[in-house]
Each structure stands twice: as C-alpha cells, then as structure tokens.
Write a protein that binds this ligand. Structure first.
Ligand SMILES: Cc1cc2nc3c(=O)[nH]c(=O)nc-3n(C[C@H](O)[C@H](O)[C@H](O)COP(=O)(O)OP(=O)(O)OC[C@H]3O[C@@H](n4cnc5c(N)ncnc54)[C@H](O)[C@@H]3O)c2cc1C
Length: 637
C-alpha cells in the first residue's frame, strides 16, 4: 500500500527567479539527516528565466505541486537513504529530490525568488508590449482558457475576455485542455477527474447557448501545453488570451512562460486573479510581511473587503457571440469531451453512483448553495462539527472545480445576513464566511511559502521528526481497520463517497500523524488521491494543522483522543453505525470503544470480527510527544 518507489530522474533543470514578500514564523533548523550542513551557494545561482533560451524544452521536472528547481548539487549532497525518500513521497517521475531545510530557509530569506514574484516581474516587464497588442487590431476572436473555473457566471477572466471581444467586434472561444500528466503529477483523484469532465460537458452546452464554442483537446506532455495554446491562438487569428490564475508553482511558472512566449509571438496572455476572494499578496502585517497566523490575517481579510467591496461584486456574464461566429469557427463547436485517461477512470458502478451523489456543473452548485443558505446556514456554527447532521454546505467540490467561485459564496452569504459586515450579524453566516476565508488563507500561504508545495512542511524543522513507515498500519488506516470506530467510519466514508466531513478529516489526520506516527505526507497523498474536492492548498493546510507541522497549527502536544472526539461529535454513534455496520447493534457509549467498554459491546465487536486497536492510545500519545520533541529539538511548539 505504500506508494511505489519512483525511478530517479537525472535531469534536474534550472530554476527561475525574483523575490517578493518575506516571512517570520517558519523555523530555520537544518535538516539533520541531510548531509548538507551549509547551503552550497553555487547551486543556487539563478538565471533570470527558467533556462537560457527562455524555454524549458523537455526539462519539465518540478517538485511537489510545483516548481522547477535548480537543485543538482543540493540533490547530490542530500541523503537519499532517508525513509521519506525511499517511500516515494516525492514523485521522481515529475519532481527532483526532496528539498533540504536550508533551501526552505533561503526562500524565507528572500534568497530564492517565489513563482508569483517571477510572474509579476514578467507581467510588469511585458506590460507595455501587451497593452500595445490589446489596443491594436482585435484579431478574429478572444480566447478564454478554462482551467479551475468551470463556470460562466461570476468568472473574472471570461468576463474580461467577453468585454474585450465586444469592444473589438469579435467573439469568444473557450478552450479546455485535458493534461493527463498534470492529473498524474498532482495526484488528482479519479472522482475529481470525473467530476471535472462532467462539468466541462455541461459548460460546453451552456456556452453553446451563447454561441460560444468550447474547444477541448488532450495534450499529453504537459510541457507542450503553453506552445499548443499559442499555436491554436495563431491558427485562429487570436491576439488576446485570458485565464484565471492558479497559485501552485507549476501553474504559476507555466503562466509566466505563456506571458513571455506570447509577447514574443504578438499575443497578449492575461492571467487574472479570481480564485481567491482577496488576491494573494494584498494583505501584510504591520511590518510588511505575510501573515502566518489565521486570526490577524482574517481581521485584515475582512477589513480589506470592507474597504474594497468591489472585490465581492459579481463579474458580468459573457455576451452572446456575434451571429456569424459559428459559420467562421464551425468545427470548434463539434469538439467531444475526452474520456478520462485510463489511470484516472472510474469503474461503471462508481461512475453511476458519483453521478447522483455529486451532481456536476454550475447549476448544481447554485442548487446546493441555495439550499444551504435557505435551510442550514443559520445553525451552521452550532452544528458544523457533527458529521451525522449533514449540516455543512457540501460545496467544496464546486469550489475546487471552479463551478462555484468562493467570491460568489461569500457574496450570497453576505446578502442573506442581517448586516453587510462580513464579521457581524447572524452567527452561522459569519462563521461560514470565516471558513471560506480559511480557503483563501491557505492559498496566500502557498504563494508566499512555495516550498509547502514541494513536500516540505511550513515548519520545515519538523522534517527532522523520525516517522514510522509501517506498511501494515498505513494499510489499516486507509481501509478503516484501526480499531478506533470513529477513525474507521471516517476512512470508510471517504473510500465510498470521495468526501469526508471536516471534523473527521482532523481526527483521521491527527490519528495518522500522532497515533501511528506515520509520515503525514502519506496521509496527505492518500486524501488528495481519493477526495472529490481535493485541493492542494486546503489539503496541505489541513494536514499541516493536524500534524502540527503546518502554518498556524495545533501545538504538537495537543494529541486528539479519538474516543473523546467520538463521544463529543458523534455522541449517539449515528455516524459510526452507518459506516461500521459490524458495530451497529451496540447500544450506548460502547460504540465508541467496544473492547474497552467490555460486556455486550465487546461481545458484538468480537463476534463481528471488528479489529482491536492497532496502537494503544496512551502508548501512542507518549511516543508522539517524545518523537516530536526529539525531532524539533525543543520542548515548545
Ligand atoms: C486534513 C484536512 C484535509 C482537507 N482537505 C481538503 C481538500 O482537499 N479540499 C477542500 O476543499 N477542503 C479540504 N479540507 C477543508 C474542509 O475539510 C473541507 O473544505 C470541508 O469539509 C468541505 O465541506 P463543505 O463544503 O460542506 O464545507 P463548509 O463547512 O460548508 O465550508 C464552506 C467552504 O469553506 C471552505 N472551507 C471550509 N473549511 C475549510 C478549511 N478547514 N480549510 C480550507 N477551506 C475550508 C471550503 O471551500 C468549503 O466548501 C481539509 C481539511 C483537513 C483538516
């Protein structure tokens, strides 16, 4: 069950560069198991662009969820006998070796440029040239490239593309590219791929009603995506391409490349902020740094939105394309939606089940959020932690695929509140908006600390914790056979529905990292490869929080007691009974811990073959505290 070992790649290409904001809170301890005691300065000399000719050729090796890294020397000096290297946490088909702690510290010291900074610098450098293109002759059409924004309404990039097309008297072409290598490298779950494909189909139908084609194509080497997009633009006589930004390093670097190559080709490539309610980089501490703690960041987020209310405004709907447009671009209207690649295909039973369980597309998103706003949001704060109550919005899948913008959610919630203030009025509404703010927070984090996308914890000195790599324990956790009913119910619900309630994500993540002392990155990978709402920033943030290695985390000495969590949040055992049917006959509180309770509860558990705990709570807690302390070399978190 451990991920397979990856083949090593010897090609570790160059990095690009320019720095922006700076932080305080991450640690600076070297990686004890790294052979590199000091950063080797030579390894980190950076060219201005990813490679000498400004194009990365076939050198697409990046790291984690991102980033071409110049690490040849670093990699050579790194201790690759480390268990975390051997267990395939870094997917070496796509990424270079695990980064050292020293290198993380260099990010924090602004000695390594951040991908967002590089993109911003390129946008600034090419500004005049791109404006000239945009103000020049309009071409035959304007492209909007759909990615994680599979909707027509309240879509910044699409809205801007439509506005420009109207001004130029031309139409809009929608493009959606399936990149199987991106899905593979980013561990996207088959459920999520299927959801996206269903949403793309619905998007295509809706766009057709506006006489807008959605051109789809599968591009296998992911490095070819930028050039192919520009070639399509040239073929169709397009001068302007819009898209909405994704904030992971791989994507930011790809967009930076598109801006450069596009400008050289006389094409204006225009990435827009859309996915976050407040664009990353907008909020700074008094000292001008990126916040590393949620509460002050949230206050700044609210204040920023109160001061800039337009950020919540609905973006105008795209206009109908001119009537003759279809005749000129007839073939673009006939594109089929490709099937999922073999490695991401669902079986027929799952396909059918998820079709009903997770209706796709923006109409379904609006249905879901409307139901939540009319029936549930008022009691959200009081009920949100109880998995059996089904009291949350269940819109994360839509936020992740972009069938619903986070901005839309906040605006709609604000508009049913008793005040326009985002941090006031009805408790449930205020609380729900605060949860969407977490989504923004984790995106702001990954823009400022890109190494979190590269398999490193935000608190990178926590890399030194000695994890267990116990295959049997990992398998038991994934299959819901740990002997802790709440953990098992949660994992089985994930395996069956591709979703898990937030409280249960916290319980199971804490259990993996602290009770089993397994490397939290194995759990992070398992979640992302199984969740339908898998989202790098939120998943990484959640795992960092629960394993105490992330930004603004639980202190490491807070070890959830799964039985107490169970008694508190599933008091009647309703959720457990649903997902662990072996225990369904147990009456009363024995459901939470049948073997400990003894009597009838134990008898039923034994009879039904429910496993005993795979690790004792007290032993696990003590071991966890010892290992964390030893790993980080101090008593305090
Ligand atoms: C270990 C762990 C892993 C997680 N992985 C993901 C993930 O891959 N994708 C994902 O979307 N969320 C993730 N979350 C956050 C959260 O669990 C889900 O967003 C939430 O359960 C989705 O259900 P909902 O739409 O009913 O949420 P609601 O409670 O209705 O919240 C509304 C929206 O706010 C956002 N949100 C809520 N809680 C969080 C949070 N803690 N962090 C970030 N955004 C939040 C989501 O977009 C959500 O749809 C993770 C949390 C943990 C602890």
């Amino acid at each position: 069950m451990m991920p397979p070992k990856r083949k090593l790649s010897s090609r570790i290409p160059a990095n690009a560069a320019s720095a922006v904001a700076y932080t305080d809170r991450a640690g600076d301890a070297p990686n004890k198991r790294s052979k590199l005691s000091k950063p080797a300065a030579k390894a980190f000399t950076k060219p201005e662009h990813p490679t000498k000719d400004g194009d990365e050729g076939d050198a697409i090796v990046t790291q984690g969820r991102g980033g071409v890294e110049q690490q040849d020397e670093d990699a050579a000096n790194f201790d690759h006998s480390r268990p975390e290297e051997k267990t395939g946490i870094v997917d070496r088909r796509f990424y270079p070796a695990e980064m050292s702690n020293e290198r993380c510290a260099m990010y924090n010291a602004n000695e390594i440029p951040r991908p967002m900074g590089i993109l911003n610098a390129t946008l600034e450098r090419t500004k005049d040239a791109r404006e000239e293109i945009q103000n020049g002759e309009g071409g035959q059409a304007v492209i909007h490239w759909f990615k994680r924004d599979l909707r027509i309404r309240d879509n910044t990039g699409l809205s801007k593309a439509s506005e420009l097309a109207k001004k130029k008297g031309v139409g809009v072409i929608g493009v959606w590219i399936m990149s199987p290598q991106d899905w593979e490298a980013h561990l996207v779950s088959p459920a999520k791929c299927d959801f996206e494909l269903r949403s793309v189909k619905l998007l295509q139908e809706e766009l057709a009603e506006l006489n807008i084609p959605l051109y789809t194509e599968t591009i296998t080497p992911r490095k070819d995506v930028p050039k192919r997009l520009l070639n399509l633009a040239k073929k169709w006589g397009v001068k302007n391409i819009f898209c909405n930004l994704e904030y992971e390093p791989d994507e930011l670097r790809r967009e930076e490349r598109l801006v450069r190559l596009g400008t050289e080709d006389g094409i204006n490539f225009e990435p827009c902020h859309d996915d976050c309610v407040v664009p990353p980089g907008s909020l700074k501490t008094g000292a001008g740094r990126q916040f590393a703690v949620y509460s002050p960041w949230y206050r700044a987020w609210v204040a920023h939105l109160h001061a800039h209310p337009h950020l919540l405004n609905e973006r105008p709907m795209p206009e109908q394309n001119p009537s003759g447009f279809r005749d000129n671009f007839k073939t673009l209207f006939d594109r089929e939606i490709p099937p999922a690649p073999e490695t991401k295909a669902l079986g027929p039973e799952q396909k059918e089940r998820f079709y009903h369980l997770w209706p796709a597309g923006e109409a379904a998103a609006i249905d879901r959020i409307s139901l939540f706003l009319t029936e549930k949001i008022g009691r959200y704060t009081a009920t949100r932690n109880f998995p059996a109550k089904q009291s949350t919005a269940s819109v994360s899948v839509h936020h992740a695929a972009g069938t619903l913008a986070a901005r839309t959610s906040v605006r709609l919630a604000r508009d049913v509140n008793s005040t326009k203030k985002l941090d006031g009025g009805i408790e449930g509404i205020k609380g729900w908006i605060g949860e969407i703010a977490w989504r923004d927070f984790y995106r702001h984090v990954l823009v400022n600390w890109p190494y979190v996308c590269m398999n490193k914890p935000f608190k990178f000195e926590y890399t030194n914790i000695e994890w267990e790599y116990n295959d049997e324990h990992f398998r038991a956790w994934t299959e819901g056979r740990t002997g802790y009913p709440i953990v098992d119910a949660a994992m089985r619900s994930l395996n069956s529905t591709a979703y898990m309630h937030n409280r249960l994500r916290m319980i199971t993540a804490s259990f993996l990292a602290k009770h089993l002392l397994l490397d939290w990155r194995l759990g992070e990978q398992y979640f992302i490869t199984h969740l339908i709402d898998g989202d790098f920033a939120s998943n990484n943030g959640g795992w960092g929080f629960s394993s105490s290695t992330g930004v603004d985390p639980q202190p490491y000495f807070r070890v959830f007691n799964p039985w107490l969590q169970s008694e508190k949040f599933d008091a009647e055992g309703e959720f457990i009974r649903k997902w662990v049917p072996e225990l369904s006959e147990i009456k009363g509180e024995g459901i939470h811990n049948p073997y400990d309770k003894g009597g009838e509860a134990e008898k039923i558990a034994k009879r039904e073959g429910y496993p005993r705990v795979i690790v004792e709570h007290k032993f696990a807690r003590d071991r966890c505290l010892k290992r964390y302390k030893a790993g980080i070399g101090r008593e305090s978190a």
